[in-house]
Every structure is written in C-alpha cells, then in structure tokens.
Design a protein around this ligand. Structure first.
Ligand code: ADP
Ligand code: MG
Length: 287
C-alpha cells in the first residue's frame, strides 16, 4: 500500500441490494462492509452470480443500493463521477476514434486544452506500451491492446480510484498474464486505489494487497486475506511458498461457495445458466 496517497478511500457499510418486485425479489448482496485504503489494490472474488458486479456498479454510482452506504473520501456516492475510472470486460472503445482520441475523450469533455490532452494521453499510452499505436483504430488492435487502451482511457482523467470488473475475462490466458504484469507495473507508478473484480484466483493474488472472498448469493463477505508478497510483483513470485499457500486457502474457500451456489441452482429447478467461477481450474479439479 502506498502510504503517501491520501485520497481514494472507499468505504462500504452494511450494503445490501435486492432486485425485482416483492413477489420476485432477488437478494443479490447482503450486508457487505469493506474498504479500500488510499493507494491500495483490493480484489473481490466469489462464485458467479454472488453480486460482485452489483457491488461494483453501486460504487461506480450506476445503481443505488437498497440499504447501506458507500463513501469515497468520506462523501456519500450519489452517481457516477470523474473521481472513479471504470473498466469492464467489454472494451467499449469508440471505433471511429483513433487510440489517442479515445484516450483524450474524457479530458476533452472536461474542457482540457488540446496540447495538455495530447501530453497526458501520450504519457499514459507510453506506460501501457501503446505509444506506437496512438494513431491506430480499435479494430486494428488485438483484444489485449484494446483493453489496455480502455484502462489508459479510464486513467486519463486522473481518477482517485479505478473500478475494474473482470477486465481480462475475455482474454486468452497468455495475454491475461501479460496484462496482469502491465497493470501491476502501471499501478506501481501511479498508485491509485483499485477495486478489482475477478474470478481468477491467481490473478487476484498476483495483483492485490488484499482479497475479499464473497459467499454464494446473497453475497456476503466470507473472508478477507492479506497478500504479503513484496512489490514490485514478478512472475517468479507465483511459484513462491507464500503464493502457493494463499492459492490453496482461497481455492478451498471458493470451492465451498461454488458448491453452495450449485446447490442453490439445483434447489431452484435446474442448472440453467449454471457457472462456477473457478479461475483457470476446471470444476472437475476443484470438486
Ligand atoms: P456476479 O457479478 O458476481 O456474477 P451479479 O452482481 O451480476 O453477480 O448478479 C448478482 C445477482 O443479482 C444475480 O442473481 C443476478 O441475476 C441478479 N441481478 C443482477 N443485476 C440485476 C438486475 N438489473 N435485475 C435483476 N436481477 C439482477
Ligand atoms: Mg459480474
């Protein structure tokens, strides 16, 4: 954690979220309290459908919680804001704009002058290894590059926090590993607070200072695990004893919840839409 950073403190207290009418009420999240300290990288993992995206959407200000409160630096969140950058699994770039124009978009909306926009965009594109592609268009880029542009675009307006919902979920495993290294390197340089959602346990350990594990729906916090690996993080750390021990612990916690989620699906009349988020490991290996 970066102790010099003073802003970007996220606090969720007693957050609950239900969807639907009284007859068809779905309790997605129940009484979740968590925090991200300024400059900290925190991940949330949990079985599919446990309410991870719901939580992130509340913090982003896209939806309002049924109960509880969300604060950013002490202020209640009441809607989206430029203090929070958001990255989803889908790339959501503007296809008719070049890479650099995509990155500059938010700054342009804020009325930042062209020369300043260009400097900011080029600096961040350089950090992401994309400067040579500034004049390319999104459909000329690979999936990993598009997602890097998406991250750079979210960073361009200097948010205090980044909210990332399975940003590498659509990428193949080799690209994912490269993206994880790029993200951790960028974070090391910029040191903003990150709330990161993933179903990949190794990804969560590799990137994070702390990991929250959620229960099956309705999602509650089941465990909170510190990741005491030193920074900067390197690929070699993934074969360290500390990494392996945490991986084992998290796999067990997730397996328990995946079994609960599976039971819920069976109780509610079938396995339609059933999916267990077990990262890169097959269900067969885990159960
Ligand atoms: P996760 O991201 O952990 O997979 P979600 O937050 O997307 O889970 O969903 C949690 C639960 O809330 C699921 O059962 C989902 O079907 C339900 N849900 C999410 N969004 C809505 C919505 N807009 N309307 C109704 N139900 C929803
Ligand atoms: Mg989700």
């Amino acid at each position: 954690m970066n102790t010099t950073q003073t802003s970007g403190h996220i606090e969720l207290r007693g957050l609950s979220m239900a969807f639907g009418s009284a007859q068809q009420r779905v309790q997605a999240v129940s009484d979740v309290s968590l925090h991200v300290s300024p400059g900290e990288f925190v991940s949330i993992i949990g079985p599919s459908g446990c309410g991870k995206s719901t939580l992130l959407n509340v913090v982003a200000g896209f939806t309002k919680a049924t109960e509880g409160e969300v604060r950013l630096d002490g202020r209640a969140i009441s809607g989206p804001g430029s203090d929070r950058g958001v990255v989803f699994q889908q790339y959501s770039l503007f296809p008719w704009m070049s890479v650099r124009r995509n990155v500059e978009f938010g700054l342009k909306m804020q009325g930042v002058p062209a020369s300043k926009r260009e400097t900011t965009a080029r600096t961040l594109l350089g950090l992401a290894g994309l400067l040579a592609f500034e004049n390319h268009y999104p459909d000329q880029l690979s999936g990993g590059m598009k997602q890097r542009v998406g991250i750079v675009r979210a960073l361009a307006t200097s948010p205090q926090v980044m909210l990332m919902d399975e940003p590498f979920g659509a990428l193949d495993s080799q690209t994912r590993v490269v993206m994880q290294q790029i993200l951790t390197n960028m974070w090391q340089r910029l040191r903003l607070s990150v709330l990161f959602i993933t179903h990949d346990i190794e990804e969560a350990i590799f990137l994070s200072d702390r990991v929250y594990v959620m229960t099956a729906r309705p999602g509650r916090i089941k465990a909170e695990i510190e990741i005491p690996l030193p920074r900067p993080r390197t690929a070699e750390m993934m074969s360290s004893l500390v990494f392996t021990q945490i991986l084992h612990k998290l796999r067990n916690l997730i397996r328990e919840e995946s079994l609960v989620a599976m039971g819920n699906e069976l109780d509610s009349g079938g396995l339609e839409g059933f999916a267990v988020d077990v990262g890169t490991h097959g269900v067969g290996e885990l159960i």
